[in-house]
Design a protein around this ligand. Structure first.
Ligand code: FAD
Length: 422
């Protein structure tokens, strides 16, 4: 006799991640009446940076850091103004975190603060296992997990023990470095900010940069004469015609041939610091430019554990610790919660997922939004300013392809039914 069959609901959409991209998509799906569940810790990435010190600010202006909600009244500048806070720049990480939590509470109250532990492809659908063991099925999964797991620690730093070398993204606070000599490697915002915060916490930082000189962004006053505004319009990505075009025609870069687009994404922004950081670094922090680190080894030394760095100018320097501001490299093989078989089916561009015009990977129903989409969509998507386009596009695609969310499975299958509302 054939097994009796029961109907098990398959969720139309699951969003993994509750930062600006995941929350924006959730707000758009809600508005379109599409059933979904969303998992993650709201604004976790930003809260962790904010915990690293009060003097930590967004590099972008408030107009480039809106969480996209398809209703008026939810912009970051307006939220800030209503509370008497800075509404242009620099806005603190804590302020942005609080704004994100407010948007989540207002617009995405159904967020479940649980992690997704594993995603498998099962027939036409996805089977997700949460960290607490619950399993569910979804027709479509959108990954919005930001830069999590993509920190890049190249050689020679990778061979140093973790107690001597930390990637800037993993620094929990700077006070613990007081009295220590710290090599900060890199010339981007993370390295420059770490050097300033170390000095302010009573450490002795030395910034080591391969670049010829440190570069700083110019301050763009919010009130400017018309002619200047026309010549160098201000947009969420910064000032200038190129930033304006990228912001206002967000889907354009996707149409470029691969080699042109990947070169553009790789070279779009040089390593540079925000204007408000300059006075906290120049003349206050020891800076070595045009110097690379060629070797690194742990060194017990008479005064405790430390490390010796070999530098490209032929010298050696000893430090108590190394902070690596060596950036991020998207590599889908490092997304630990994707089943290896599923990972293997995702077509890549230099480690990043190859995405179609709807942010969909080569695996039907699996989407990626946020910084991991930049190789397919351009540099705008490394930043929060790309969230409105990503959210609109993916929600529009879900709406156009809704339906067919119910499947039939044999009785006794170990899945817990979930409610689908589409
Ligand atoms: C130091 C630093 C400063 C930056 N400053 C700026 C800036 O000023 N402006 C700007 O636009 N961009 C900035 N960026 C870039 C920024 O990282 C991206 O713009 C941003 O992360 C994009 O948001 P997101 O929603 O994709 O991811 P995130 O905000 O990083 O959110 C990721 C979410 O995924 C969740 N998550 C992760 N794993 C799981 C899992 N297994 N299950 C469930 N949930 C999971 C987390 O809980 C979190 O909710 C900065 C980056 C760095 C490193």
């Amino acid at each position: 006799m054939r097994d009796a069959a029961v109907s098990v609901a398959v969720l139309p959409v699951v969003i993994v991640g509750a930062g600006p991209y995941g929350l924006s998509l959730a707000a758009h799906l809600s508005a379109a009446g599409i059933g979904f569940r969303i998992f993650g810790t709201p604004m976790a990435f930003w809260a962790a940076i904010a915990r690293g010190g009060r003097e930590r600010y967004l590099k972008s202006t408030s107009i480039g850091t809106n969480i996209s909600v398809p209703r008026p009244g939810f912009s970051f500048p307006q939220w800030s103004r209503d509370r008497g806070l800075e509404d242009f720049e620099p806005c603190s990480m804590q302020q942005f975190t609080d704004y994100g939590l407010w948007v989540q509470q207002q617009c995405v109250p159904q967020l479940e603060q649980r992690d997704v532990a594993l995603i498998h492809k099962e027939g036409p659908h996805f089977r997700l296992t949460l960290a607490d063991g619950e399993t569910l099925r979804a027709a479509r999964v959108v990954l919005a997990t930001g830069l999590a797991g993509f920190d890049s620690l190249p050689e020679p730093f990778a061979s140093l023990p973790p107690e001597l070398c930390t990637h800037t993204t993993h620094v929990k606070g700077f006070a613990g470095f007081a009295g220590q000599s710290v090599a900060v490697v890199g010339a981007g915002q993370s390295a420059l900010e770490a050097a300033a915060l170390l000095r302010e916490a009573g450490a002795s930082p030395t910034l080591i940069a391969r670049e010829e000189r440190l570069r700083w962004m110019n301050r763009v006053p919010r009130e400017r004469p018309l002619i200047q505004r026309l010549r160098s319009p201000l947009s969420g990505l910064g000032s200038g015609p190129r930033a304006w075009l990228l912001t206002h025609v967000p889907g354009a870069v996707h149409h470029l041939p691969d080699d042109m687009r990947t070169r553009f994404v790789s070279n779009h922004l040089p390593a540079e610091g925000a204007w408000w950081l300059r006075a906290r670094v120049e003349g206050r922090v020891e800076v070595l430019t045009q110097v690379g680190v060629t070797s690194a080894r742990a060194d017990g030394g008479a005064d405790g554990a430390g490390c010796v760095l070999g530098l490209s100018d032929g010298t050696q320097r000893r430090f108590d610790h190394v902070l690596a501001g060596t950036g991020f490299r998207v590599d889908m093989d490092r997304v630990a919660f994707l089943d290896p078989a599923l990972r293997g089916q995702i077509a890549r561009i230099m480690g990043s997922p190859r995405l179609d015009a709807h942010f969909e990977t080569s695996v039907e129903g699996l989407h990626v939004i946020g910084p991991a989409s930049a190789m397919s969509f351009g540099p705008l998507f490394r930043f929060v300013v790309g969230a409105p386009h990503a959210a609109r596009t993916v929600a529009g695609h879900c709406q156009a392809n809704r339906g067919g969310a119910r499947i039939v499975v044999p009785a006794g299958a170990p899945l817990r039914p979930v409610a689908a509302t589409a």
